[in-house]
Design a protein. Structure first.
Ligand code: SF4
Lengths: 473, 209
């Protein structure tokens, strides 16, 4: 029978069918971080259990660790040290490879897992972190779980799960050069709503996806969970294989050849049946930003803030401190953030740097760039991207989740309005009462320069104005 | 894990869509490597007008004395979306919440509920409205949630049946540790693993330097 990619991945991992649509699934890789993994390890230890397959488990320090130069186990978050130490002790006890605070391969879990070749097509991978769906971009069965489930996966190499339905999102059209995967996915969430993928595993496909590089595909899948989907997926292709070749934990030699053979079947059969099919055309897509407190509150950059439709949107407007009917473009900002597992990779930083080159952030705007991993940081520095950011007035940080979310340490401040490349504009997400607007790295860079929510085209215009006045002088 | 069969309790309505886990438990409230001590931070952003001073926000339903002892929440669509933090469920459970009725839940939050003996009840949107109406006034009306019969009995006497997967139902009723249950299948897991790795040696990292 014809199968979807998701069906194939699911079936390949069923240890036993538990009836009623659920199964005990074999878990090939578990990745944990100090925020939710530390408590899983501690609880495992206390219950006298063991990590069953330590060679297939990994840990990183990304969520709580500081991102300022010279960092150590002490953190701006008052009790951060407790998490870091518990994580380190737990990983040592379990015999798990840990990407520790100043490891040269440290970084955000969903950035370093592909960098290291830990995620591979056809594998099942879980992490007590909701954005694990990012890694579905490799054709892996990767999904986010809770701490107790992480404990379960570590102790048994399995998880019980209820099989979700399948949804195919076919994206057609041509992605304009000024736009990115971030604009695409924010637009889709705006269309389908924050619960639009609830109960589904989503496969993204179509010419736009085929044309995307792996980093863009990760951005796309990253926000699958903002549709409330079980996970997101993209079938592996030649780009996937090229990306993974030679990575530290990717197979090599004969095993690599075997793997590449096995991956060839990882695609939905031509006549496979999805529970839901959605067609998105992006020919008229514009830069996309959010106005409210849910990723579904997405608008084209030239859009106007909608009238509230109920209590939820009224509360969102009150929190964000904007008025219905006003243009989103031109809204003054206090901060700009570039980083996170959504947009903290090299291509993201390059895009932002292209805009920032020769410009400076507007007075009064606190601008921060946090590369997603040590490897991203090193690669960017080799290209001189760090200089462009610093010359433009951005802080250039050490890798971590940083101000993607507020752990109790750093924030942009109460009521500060921040334009951010992250994935969540929830109330208090980036700090108590902080107001977040999601956008692509290019849009964030442009806004930082302008001092208000702006389009990349505003910079082009400004640059040509400057050129003209310079030429006239 | 506490067993769940039947409870009779006050229900509180918080019928907003997309209540995310950052709202249920803000990150700054997750201060220690522990599953305990979290209920004080439950809904902190809504519950306290000043989070640091812990000044209660008078308009927040759980601060209304009529809702003291609430064990059931009636909420809007996509409850528990966002971060996977299980702390959200730990905080709810520690506060005393045993059942949550919503039109839909985020998948991770839902599983986290099952792991912790909290019953997630999927209820039609229109029926959420009915439940919420009856929950107005708090202690004036007691709801009974019966997992054995998969029914909610409202204060008015109306009944509402709900669906739940047999796996989840049984886990909640038995209250057994899910890891212990799975470890009983160890042989099967090892056999599966041997055949998976045998057929796909590239999956195995033990051979790596
Ligand atoms: S960067 Fe943000 S969204 Fe990504 S894993 Fe870290 S905290 Fe979560």
């Amino acid at each position: 029978m014809a199968q979807t990619l998701f069906d194939k991945l699911w079936d390949a991992h069923v240890v036993t069918d538990l009836g009623d649509g659920s199964a005990l699934l074999y878990i090939d890789r578990v990745f944990i971080h100090e925020r939710t993994g530390s408590v899983a390890l501690k609880s495992l230890q206390e219950s006298g259990r063991k990590v069953r397959f330590p060679a297939h488990a990994f840990g990183t320090m990304d969520h709580i660790v500081d991102t300022i130069e010279g960092r150590d186990d002490n953190t701006i978050m008052p009790s951060g040290r407790e998490f870091i130490e518990a994580m380190r002790d737990g990983c040592e006890w379990a015999g798990i490879r840990l990407f520790d605070v100043n490891d040269s391969d440290q970084g955000i879990v969903h950035v370093i897992s592909p960098e290291q070749g830990i995620v591979l097509p056809g594998l099942s991978l879980v992490c007590p972190d909701s954005h694990t769906c990012s890694q579905g971009a490799f054709g892996a069965l990767a999904w986010g779980i809770g701490s107790t489930e992480a404990e379960h996966a570590l102790a048994t190499s399995t998880l019980r799960a209820i099989k979700p339905k399948t949804m195919r999102i076919h994206i057609s059209g041509v992605l304009d050069k000024s736009l990115t995967a971030k604009d695409v996915i924010m637009h889709i969430i705006g269309e389908l709503g924050a619960a639009g993928g609830s109960g589904y595993a989503i496969e993204f496909c179509g010419p736009v996806v085929d044309a995307m590089d792996m980093e863009a595909r990760m951005t796309l899948c990253n926000m699958g969970v903002e549709l409330s989907a079980f996970t997101a997926l993209i079938a592996p292709d030649e780009k996937t294989i090229q990306f993974l070749r030679g990575r530290p934990y990717a197979p090599s030699g004969e095993a690599w050849a075997n793997a590449v053979d096995a991956w060839a079947s990882l695609k939905s059969d031509a006549d496979a049946c999805f529970d839901k099919q959605i067609e998105i055309n992006i020919d008229t897509l514009c830069e996309t930003v959010t106005w409210g407190t849910s990723p579904e509150h997405a608008l084209p950059i030239d859009g106007f803030i909608p009238e509230p439709t109920g209590e939820s949107t009224a509360k969102a407007l009150a929190y964000i401190g904007l008025e219905a009917g006003s243009a989103i473009r031109g809204t003054l900002i206090d901060g700009a953030f570039i980083g996170s597992c959504t947009n903290g990779r090299l291509s993201d930083l390059r895009r932002a740097a292209n805009i920032l080159k020769g410009h400076h952030v507007a007075p009064g705007v606190k601008a921060i760039c946090v590369p997603g991993s040590m490897a991203v940081k090193a690669a960017a520095e080799l290209e001189g991207i760090d200089r462009i950011f610093k010359d433009a007035g951005f802080e250039w940080r050490l890798p971590g989740c940083s101000m993607c979310f507020f752990a109790g340490g750093e924030s942009f401040g109460q009521r500060a309005r921040v334009i951010s490349t992250t994935n969540r504009n929830f109330e208090n997400r980036q700090g108590p009462r902080t107001r977040s607007h999601l956008a692509s790295p290019a849009t964030v860079a442009a806004s930082a320069i302008m001092g208000h929510i702006a389009s990349v085209s505003d910079i082009d215009e400004r640059s040509s104005d400057q050129l003209m006045s310079a030429g006239g002088r | 894990m506490e067993k769940f069969t039947r409870i009779s309790a006050i229900a509180a309505p918080i019928v907003r869509e997309n209540i995310d886990t950052d709202i249920i438990i803000p990150s700054r409230e997750m201060k220690h490597v522990s599953k305990k001590g979290l209920s004080d931070g439950l809904f902190a952003g809504w519950r306290y007008s000043d989070m640091d001073a812990r000044t209660p926000e008078p308009d927040f339903v759980l601060n209304d004395p009529a809702y003291l002892g609430t064990q059931i929440l009636i909420v809007g669509e996509n409850f528990g979306c966002g971060s996977s933090r299980e702390h959200a469920v730990w905080a709810l459970a520690e506060y005393g919440i045993r059942a949550i009725a919503a039109p839909s839940f985020s998948a991770i939050f839902r599983s986290n509920c099952i792991q912790n003996g909290v019953l997630p009840i999927a209820v039609d949107k229109t029926e959420i409205g009915r439940l919420a109406e009856q929950a107005v006034g708090g202690s004036n009306g007691i709801f009974t949630v019966d997992l054995l019969e998969q029914k909610i009995l409202m204060p008015s006497g109306e009944k509402l049946t709900f669906d739940i997967s047999q796996q989840d139902r049984q886990s909640l009723i038995d209250g057994l540790d899910p890891i212990d249950r799975t470890l009983q299948l160890s042989d099967q897991i090892s056999a599966f693993e041997a055949s998976r790795i045998g057929a796909n040696p590239w999956v195995d990292l033990r051979v790596k330097p």
